[in-house]
Design a protein around this ligand. Sequence first.
Ligand code: PGA
Length: 252
Amino acid sequence: MRKAIIAGNWKMNKTPAEAAALVNDLKPLVKDASCDVVVCVPAVDIAAVKAAAEGSNIHVGAENVHWAASGAYTGELSAEMLVAAGVEYVIIGHSERRQYFAETDETVNKRAKAALAGGLKPIICVGESLTQREQGVTEELIRMQVKIALNGVTADELKNVVIAYEPIWAIGTGKTATADQAEEVCAAIRKVVGELYGADAAKALTVQYGGSMNPKNAEELLSKPDVDGGLIGGASLKADQFAVIVEAATKG
Ligand code: PGA
C-alpha cells in the first residue's frame, strides 16, 4: 500500500564537495532499501548531490520553495527552478523556518500548492511546542496546521503529499517522542486527512515522524502502524547512522 520514506534533512550543513562525499558513502549502504530514500539538501549542494546520486536509489529534495513562479524575491527559489535542477521532494514548513523565518500556516499552504503545481512532492512539517503539548492542545493544533496546509490541495495532488510530524521539543534536542506519542499524533494526522479526502486517501498518505530519530530508536518508532517513515536531521549527516534508519524502515 503506502511506501515508507526515509528522508534526510541536512539543514545548513555540507559544502558541495562534502555533500557528494556523503552521498557516495551512502549509496552502497542503502542500495537494497525497500523504502524510498531521500536526501533534502542545501540549494548549493543540489547539483553535486544529483551527480553523485546518479543511477542510485537516492532521491533528491530541497529544503524550501517559494510560491511565486518567478520575480523579485531575492534569495528565493521557484518550483520550476528546483525541478529543472533535478529535485523531486521539498520540505515545507519546517519548525526552524516557522521560528526563524516568519513561516506561517498560510505561507506553508502557498508553498505546498506551488510545489504540487510545479511537480514537486512536498514534505509538509507540522508539530507542537513543549508548551502547547503541556497545554493539551497538540491534537487541535496539528489538525489546524494540516487543514490550513492542505487548503485548496486537490485529492489528486494529495497523492504526492507527505506529512511529517515533528514535535518541536524533539528536534535536535536528543529528546525523542515515545513511539506511542508519535503514533498518536501520526494517527491524528491520518484521521484529519480522512475527514478531508476520504478513507482511501488517508490510507495511502505517507506520514513521517521526525525529531531526534536515530539508529537506536528508529526501529521502535517505525514499527508503529501510522508512522510510515522518518525525517532525519542530525543522524542523516552520518552515512552509517542514516543507513541503519533506512534498514529499520525496511523492517518496520
Ligand atoms: P533531528 O532533526 O533529527 O536533528 O532532531 C529533525 C528535523 O528537524 O527534521
